[in-house]
Design a protein around this ligand. Structure first.
Ligand SMILES: Cc1cc2nc3c(=O)[nH]c(=O)nc-3n(C[C@H](O)[C@H](O)[C@H](O)COP(=O)(O)O)c2cc1C
Length: 225
């Protein structure tokens, strides 16, 4: 095994190591706007869900030459709203186009040939081609090192009919989300397996005293517009 402290490595190699080890990373494909309404679109794989009650997401934006990238600047300093899209296999190439280091005046929707649809409850447009678009209100940001971690609450959902199963639930096989690996590599989510969680009976002395295991099924999604 290799054993080492950060001090024994070059910072660039540590950066690559994080990206190679913490895999697969989901990709937040994020739209945001300036006060003037100029749209911006870019992917961020330092991304995850914070929790479901309320639905809360986070993503982390590294500085570019000592300045916040456009997405972080827009959300923190311009309009405190954004939309996170899930990147499907079909959307991967267009997503990659938007990761080019375009100037703030460039509309990445146009560069990537994507359709900007008006937000239902936020001013930020969303990507019509995305299988899932989550309109978010900005909650807060945290600065760690050269990164701005942005937290937002999902306040409105757009989910394509094509990714729902017969019971109205999101089907991973239809969603076809892609994840980021190290370097320029990605992974698909086609190879899945199921592991049933252990259920510790309340009368079992090893159980959490206050815990009641339930088999409650989540409700099917209400179909809106
Ligand atoms: C798949 C993918 C994931 C990325 N993840 C991040 C990330 O987590 N944080 C980051 O700062 N940049 C990340 N980038 C690079 C940004 O997308 C890129 O710097 C982009 O130009 C930022 O756009 P903006 O200035 O319009 O916000 C990623 C790029 C790709 C292709």
């Amino acid at each position: 095994m290799a054993h080492f402290a950060n001090s024994e490595q070059h910072p660039d190699d540590l950066h690559k190591l994080v990206q190679a080890c913490v895999v697969p990373r989901p990709i937040a494909f994020v739209s945001s706007i300036t006060r003037e309404g100029n749209a911006n679109l870019a992917p961020f794989s330092y991304f995850n869900a914070v929790g479901g009650r309320p639905p809360t997401l986070m993503f982390s934006v590294g500085d570019r030459e000592g300045e916040m990238k456009d997405t972080a600047h827009n959300v923190v300093h311009e309009v405190p709203e954004f939309v996170v899209h899930i990147v499907s296999e079909e959307l991967a190439e267009a997503m990659n186009v938007t990761s080019g280091e375009f100037g703030a005046h460039v509309d990445e929707f146009r560069e990537a040939g994507l359709t900007a649809a008006p937000g239902a409850v936020v001013r930020v447009p969303w990507v019509r081609e995305a299988p899932v678009a989550m309109e978010c209100r900005f909650l807060q940001h945290v600065r760690i090192g050269r990164n701005t971690i942005i937290f937002g609450e999902v306040v409105y959902w757009h989910i394509a009919d094509g990714v729902l199963d017969a019971r109205g639930r999101v089907d991973a096989g239809k969603l076809k989300a892609v994840g980021r690996l190290g370097g320029m590599d990605y992974t698909r989510t086609r190879d899945r397996f199921t592991i049933v969680r252990p259920v510790i009976a309340p009368e079992d002395p090893r159980s959490v005293p206050s815990y009641r295991a339930t088999q409650a099924q989540p409700p099917a999604l209400a179909r809106g517009r």
